[in-house]
Design a protein around this ligand. Structure first.
Ligand code: ZN
Ligand code: ZN
Ligand code: ZN
Length: 357
């Protein structure tokens, strides 16, 4: 994620900010231009202080704290991120409103990446078949009082996310129970969108043979594969071939995990780039851990530049986390097999970005 600046006063502002703390103006995100703008009240809506353009807030601004802006003639409409919401939580109390706000923040962060690459993301009203929609669902309680949990997943362009995942304690309990090193709301969005783009860019994009050569044959029985993974655990050598133990259960899950991982990499490298972060360790042979991200990660054509910049950044941030007694920020190791899969995702996204441009 880049840093932004207030176009009224020049102060540094962040993607989720609603107000510039330096000049106290309301600010909003103009997604078509990937910039923040400071606003002045104007008639029924708002006007950019710098350009004079008129904007209205996304219809989710009040309830979901969405800070995205739309052109003034689209009052009452939802922004390019929120318009994909098909089912939202019942907003009947502080807890569910907070849950929806957390979901919205992670969803907008996901769309920041999709828009940066110009990946196609029509909603279901624009394309009933290939469109994308989100259902944010609460767990059900059976007549016997037993909780029937919602399963987070993807089917035919509809991504279901369990609202329970917005609760830190519940999510952490699941992470520990499932032996996962990493579990976040943003991670769920990036994983599930990987399933969506498997349909769009691999299956519909004629890349199935190349996919199978790297990830295996996805025609193996999906439910049986998940059950086998649950019963027997991953294969003993999974770390040399898969980015996570969950990725080992089926080629579709491997692709979704790899896709999510690729977005983690590019977005974190963009943050390092935005901050001008340089890592130059004071050890005997520092070469492999030197970092200077002197390129724009979202537009980088050469995968090897991303792959070379990534380990020094993760080692540096892990070391800082350890010095504060925190878990590793990046609890993963990338083998050559995993890098080849990440390169496949990189090529898919890059060629789609070129086509859309
Ligand atoms: Zn300002
Ligand atoms: Zn919105
Ligand atoms: Zn999945």
């Amino acid at each position: 994620m880049r840093l932004f600046s207030c176009d009224a006063c020049g102060n540094t502002v962040h993607f989720d900010n609603h107000v510039c703390v330096a000049c106290n103006r309301r600010i909003g995100y103009v997604s078509e231009r990937s910039r923040m703008t400071a606003l002045e009240p104007s008639g029924d809506g708002w006007m950019s202080h710098a350009s004079g353009e008129r904007f209205v807030p996304c219809a989710n601004a009040e309830v979901a704290a969405c800070n995205w802006l739309l052109p003034a003639d689209r009052a009452g409409q939802l922004c390019p991120a929120c318009r994909h919401n098909r089912t939202i939580p019942a907003l009947d109390g502080d807890k569910t409103i907070e849950a929806f706000r957390r979901i919205g923040a992670a969803e907008r962060h996901l769309f920041y990446s999709l828009l940066a690459w110009n990946l196609p993301a029509p909603d279901k009203t624009e394309d009933a078949e290939a469109g994308l929609a989100f259902d944010f669902l609460a767990d059900d309680v059976g007549s016997d009082g037993v909780v029937i949990p919602v399963m987070t997943g993807h089917a035919k362009g509809v991504i279901t996310l369990a609202i329970a995942e917005t609760d830190d304690a519940a999510r952490e309990e699941r992470r520990v129970r499932l032996h996962e090193p990493y579990r976040t709301l943003l991670g769920h969005f990036r994983h599930e969108i990987g399933h969506y783009y498997w349909d769009r860019l691999v299956r519909d994009g004629g890349r199935t043979d190349a996919f199978r050569a790297l990830f295996g044959d996805e025609r193996q029985h999906y439910v049986e594969a998940l059950e086998r993974n649950y019963r027997d655990g991953p294969p003993p050598d999974w770390q040399s071939r898969f980015v996570s133990s969950y990725a080992a259960c089926h080629p579709w899950e491997d692709f979704a995990e790899t896709f999510a991982h690729y977005i983690h990499m590019v977005d974190a490298l963009e943050t390092a780039h935005a901050l001008g972060l340089v890592v130059s360790p004071r050890v005997a042979s520092p070469q492999q851990l030197d970092l200077e991200v002197d390129f724009s990660p979202y537009r980088q054509k050469d995968f090897s530049a991303l792959a070379a910049a990534w380990p020094p950044l993760t080692v540096a941030v892990n070391e800082i986390n350890r010095s504060l007694g925190q878990r590793d920020f990046y609890p993963f190791v990338l083998s050559q097999d995993i890098l080849s899969k990440l390169e496949f995702v990189h090529a898919l996204i890059s060629s789609q970005a070129r086509r859309s441009a």
